[in-house]
Design a protein around this ligand. Structure first.
Ligand code: SF4
Length: 311
């Protein structure tokens, strides 16, 4: 890439998704909330930081299930005997604590936005009925139970510790001087030398494949685990579905296409900066994309002057 990469700039599939969805929300999340907005009001920046740390009930269910699976897999890797009932109870205990923390807005009271949860639903409403919170916990339990019935835990238990390559590790690979972040739910090498990458999905529908995310996984695996493309098996696992596994296509062709897309995305993001050599942004350079469906679920609507909420 001929352009200079500003210091501190990095790329991820989720960053790309936010930039495409609403550039103003992207500005709030990656610049205003992180103190990288030129001419910004300090109090508004602090509020952006608070809003950035929020979650929504569907996202929270997903992260509770992911964390429970991570805990079980890491226990296996440590050579422990895993009691899935105990892990499930720990997950439910955490969910109860998160609910109280969000309801009482403990994050704001204690100024702890890192460990205390605040839901979009409590911040902006409508607040779900008690039955909906119960349904959320049931959903998480159901998905964790289904995961426990699939073969992944015994598969991992049969491996040597050295064959388990990663469990929810956040890492990056470099592309044209830009760190590209990846977080792989589970990666392991089987006895034949194939590398398996698994991505747990907690949404209700099979989503279209995200080629940039899969490419990130594939290139990271090639560079870090010395695996040929033909020996790479990437699967999405939909924990709500009867047939949960979806095999993802990763070929030289999809890799080349996705890398073009990542490069284009990086150029657009850097090109939007007032001075592309410095990772500091100006709000007006990131146009808002208001739409009722989008703004009503946006974490930043409390500070956005362009929001459209019809409800
Ligand atoms: S409230 Fe709407 S316009 Fe404003 S940042 Fe969020 S999605 Fe974009």
């Amino acid at each position: 890439m001929s352009e200079q990469v500003p210091r501190g700039f990095s790329w991820s599939a989720s960053r790309h998704g936010m930039f495409e969805d609403c550039p103003r929300a992207y500005f709030f999340h990656y610049y205003l909330a992180l103190g990288k907005a030129r001419g910004a009001d300090r109090a508004r920046g602090f509020e952006a930081k608070r809003l950035r740390s929020m979650t929504s009930v569907p996202m929270w269910i997903g992260s509770c299930v992911h964390d429970a699976i991570e805990s079980a897999l890491k226990a296996v890797r440590a050579g422990e005997i895993v009691d899935l009932d105990r892990v499930r109870e720990q997950m439910l205990e955490r969910m109860r604590g998160d609910y109280v923390a969000s309801r009482d807005d403990l994050a704001k009271q204690r100024r702890d936005y890192r460990t205390l949860v605040r839901f979009h639903e409590h911040e902006y409403g409508p607040v779900p009925e008690p039955s909906a919170w119960k349904a959320a916990a049931d959903d998480a339990v159901e998905m964790f139970h289904r995961w426990g019935q699939l073969s992944y835990l015994p598969d991992v238990q049969s491996l040597d510790a050295g064959q388990i390559l990663g469990i929810e590790d956040l890492d990056s690979w470099e592309f044209h001087g830009v760190p590209v972040w990846v977080k792989i739910d589970l990666a392991y090498r089987d006895a034949e030398g194939s590398v398996h990458i698994l991505d747990w999905k907690t949404g209700r529908r099979v989503t279209p494949e995200n080629p940039t995310q899969m490419t990130g996984y594939a290139i990271y695996a090639q560079r870090n685990w010395n695996v040929e493309l033909e020996a790479l098996r990437v699967r999405e696992v939909y924990l709500r579905l009867e047939n949960p596994e979806k095999v993802c296509e990763v070929s030289e062709e999809t890799l080349a296409l996705a890398q073009d897309k990542i490069l284009e995305s990086i150029r657009s993001m850097i090109g939007a900066l007032e001075n592309p050599a410095v990772n500091v942004a100006v709000e007006q350079d990131f146009p808002a994309a208001p739409a009722d469906w989008r703004c009503s679920r946006c974490f930043f609507r409390g500070i956005c002057e362009e929001k459209v909420i019809n409800a």
